[in-house]
Ligand binder design. Structure first.
Ligand code: THG
Length: 367
């Protein structure tokens, strides 16, 4: 297989040394940064994640920092989710839309204070859009990418490991809330969140210098918990219905098509740049939407391009993420399916590289 050549444009992370020592076998590129995809094997990593605890280098979830008197105003211009009730210490999953209502990103917004926010971004150049808005509207706000690298601790033993390193107070953090914890004299935001359904935390590591020291402390403290280096797991995230921007949706999709309508308050999100467009395009509801599909037969190959979905000889959608699930003993997948065929139980055909496969639209994701 050809290799990807490394250079300054493809950024390493504060934890890359630890990731390499742990025997990383595969990477992807995300926000121009290395993101591990495999350690032992995707299936072995999956089983370990669901049984023990893993430490994930998710530095590639870069932060767009908004700082200044207009920070909250700018944040609300970016998203159709109503942020008026959001308090410091909270994290919100927020669709970000352009002037047509198209998805630009699906980050986690972190409210540090009224005039300081982090947008923990998925894989698109959101910094450029946000800088453009701030300057174009002459807002009183600084927009930049700080030296902050998220480190996720995920799995059923995450609470135990984190309590050993940061103290029992971490157990009190509620889902999608954060609190501040000291490490080597630095105050770090620690949130109960992460890109898995197994539970856990994300540490927003501020200052690259403390990256490896923190990595090493976590592995030392978790030896008897069988802690391992891990990464967002393809099988587990499809089972859990966690969407991947650029794969499962693009700027051609509205939040409603992505099933993110529950994170939109389009009527009350006054100031949102895509608000008028969204009010128009969603008046009659979306005509296609994200759905879980169980694809029958043998394990499918990697889904590195959309697979067309057919019914009665007509194209009715596409599958954009798929993997064999050992726990559910079927191929789990995420697709975008037309209204006429999106009801649970509908039988369709998926054009995989191995040929046509029968698939069934599911009522909900598997976990
Ligand atoms: N954590 C942080 N930053 C991120 C991600 C993350 N940036 C990139 C990417 N992931 C953004 N995408 C998502 C997708 C799903 C979720 C978070 C970020 C997520 N969803 C939960 C769910 O669907 O069950 C719950 C959302 C909610 O109820 O508010 O966690 O993972 N820092």
């Amino acid at each position: 297989m050809p290799q990807i050549s490394l250079s300054r444009r493809l950024r390493r992370t504060p934890f890359s040394e630890g990731v390499e020592a742990a025997g990383v076998k595969g990477y992807t590129v995300y926000n121009r940064m290395l993101l591990p995809t495999v350690f032992e094997s995707v299936e072995a990593d999956y089983r370990h994640l669901k049984t023990h605890v893993q430490v994930w280098d998710v530095s590639c979830e870069r932060q767009v920092e908004l700082r200044g008197p207009d920070a909250a105003k700018l944040m609300q211009m970016l998203t159709p989710r109503d942020l008026r009730g959001m308090l410091p210490g909270q994290c919100f999953y927020v669709p970000i839309v352009d002037e047509t209502g198209g998805m630009l990103n699906d980050p986690v917004a972190v409210k540090l204070s009224d005039d300081r926010w982090w947008i923990s971004i998925a894989d698109s150049d959101l910094l450029l859009w946000v800088k453009g808005i701030a300057n174009g509207y002459r807002l009183d706000v600084l927009v930049d990418e700080p030296d902050v690298s998220p480190l996720a601790v995920q799995g059923p033993k995450a609470d135990e490991l984190m309590a050993r390193v940061f103290g029992n107070r971490v157990r009190d953090i509620r889902f999608f809330k954060f609190d501040m914890f000291e490490f080597e004299g630095r105050d770090l935001a620690v949130a109960r969140s992460g890109y898995s359904k197994q539970g856990g935390f994300e540490i927003y590591v501020e200052g690259s210098e403390i990256g490896m020291p923190l990595w090493n402390v976590l592995f030392k403290a978790g030896e008897d918990l069988q802690v391992r280096a891990g990464c967002p797991n393809l099988i587990e995230r499809i089972e859990g219905g966690l969407l991947s921007y650029g794969n499962d949706m693009t700027d051609d999709n509205t939040p409603h098509e992505c099933g993110l309508g529950k994170f939109c308050n389009t009527h009350t999100a006054i100031g949102c740049i895509g608000r008028d467009a969204l009010l128009r395009v969603t008046k009659e509801g979306p005509v296609q939407q994200i759905r879980p599909l169980a694809i029958e037969g043998e394990p499918v190959p990697p889904c590195d391009r959309p697979w067309s979905v057919f019914a009665g000889g007509k194209r009715v959608g596409q599958v954009t993420s798929a993997a064999w699930s050992p726990d559910f003993e079927t191929n789990v997948s995420i697709g975008m399916v037309r209204l006429s065929h999106w009801d649970a139980g509908t039988e369709v055909e998926v054009e995989t590289p191995d040929g046509m496969r029968r698939a069934i639209v599911q009522k909900r994701f598997w976990i």
